[in-house]
Design a protein around this ligand. Sequence first.
Ligand code: HEM
Length: 412
Amino acid sequence: MAIDGLDLISSAHYGAAGPPHEQWRELRSQPLTYFEPDGYEPFWAVTRHADIQEISGRPEDFCNGEGIVILTQEQIDERETSDIPMLMKTIIEMDPPDHRMFRKVASGFFTPRGIERLDEIVTESAKTVIDSLGSEGEADFVEKITQQHPLRVLSTILGIEPDQEAKLLELTTQLFGGEDPELQREAENRSDAMLALFMDFFTMFNDIIQDRRANPRDDLATMLATATLENGEPLGDMETLGYYLIIFNAGHDTTRHSLTGAFQAFLNNPGELRRIRDDPSLVKSAVEEVVRYSAPVNYMKRTATRDLIYDGHEIKKGDMFGLFYASANRDAEVFEDPDRFDVGRHPNRHLGFGWAEHYCLGAHLARASIHALIEELAARMEWMELAGTPDYVASSFVVGPKHLPVRYKVSA
Ligand code: HEM
């Protein structure tokens, strides 16, 4: 099959057809394939598990600092005139040694022990969203459950008051809406829309930062608002704001899509939910399988920092690479029967949280959130079935269903 680069990178294609698993299967026959899709930056597609590990482990050769998203020509043109990139850089777009120094600011909070203190919030939130379904009926599970659960958890740790949650949800949905017209903010052009979005985020988070500086508490919001780097410099206002943004934005839609992915997988494989009900110790491996299978972070970009040879190809400084985690997670070299959803899969060395230098900072929190929801689901969902066709967000970056209509019966 002749593979069109647009199938890998066009947000519209993802919106229409979901992730391109067939194309990836074919591309995995070789380490790198070069694409020059119409209207996008040219890039090398990296689709195998081993090559993504290799490239992620060499930040000195393949950096994040030149951006993490493969841009459209329109975005390149807009960037040249926009102020946004100058305002702030978040840790995901940093490289060593700065990256390590800035990552340390929050890494203590996100360790398994640090996350344990959130157990109650996470469990309570999972219970509340399932309670909100009532005893039986029909609902869009994205709207009712999967976007609410991470919103509640992240808002709590970042100090956002409940009456601000809806506004925050609207902002993050617009930020990650890709080219989806249903999700985009109305504005003259995309650049104006993005600037307005950043100003809204700024206002919301800045109020919290100022409050925590005046009234410190034992929470992540205070940790960020009062942080000092290991070189003794306090974190500046823009850097603090950048941290808020990256934690909320990297944490919300990713967790939402993995939870929606879990529902989809259980709807298509009801026997797997029964397995968990019969043996609740399977929840832990089910969480990993959900992240492998749904892979909400579809890809990340890397840029070559120098001329080099990779697998016999001459790579030029500035060449871009799309690391397709969602493809690596179906690599038959690593996973037996990779297209099967198996809640007992072991080992499960998926790359859904990335690898090495930029490995997901919030992975333990994401796991805890998914764990709590699957536990609640296995205990209380008496039956559920699809009540319509799920559709996908038109985005090739953070990927997942936009709506998931379900008929259900839940016990108290
Ligand atoms: C299932 C949910 C999640 C998935 C699939 C996911 C996936 C990822 C991936 C693939 C990366 C690597 C980026 C790269 O290679 O450049 C990453 C980085 C990151 N994630 Fe997550 N993530 C999830 C949830 C979260 C949560 C809940 C938070 C915060 C509360 C979070 C915060 C971050 C941050 C801050 C980074 C940047 C780390 C760095 O650059 O050092 N993520 N995530």
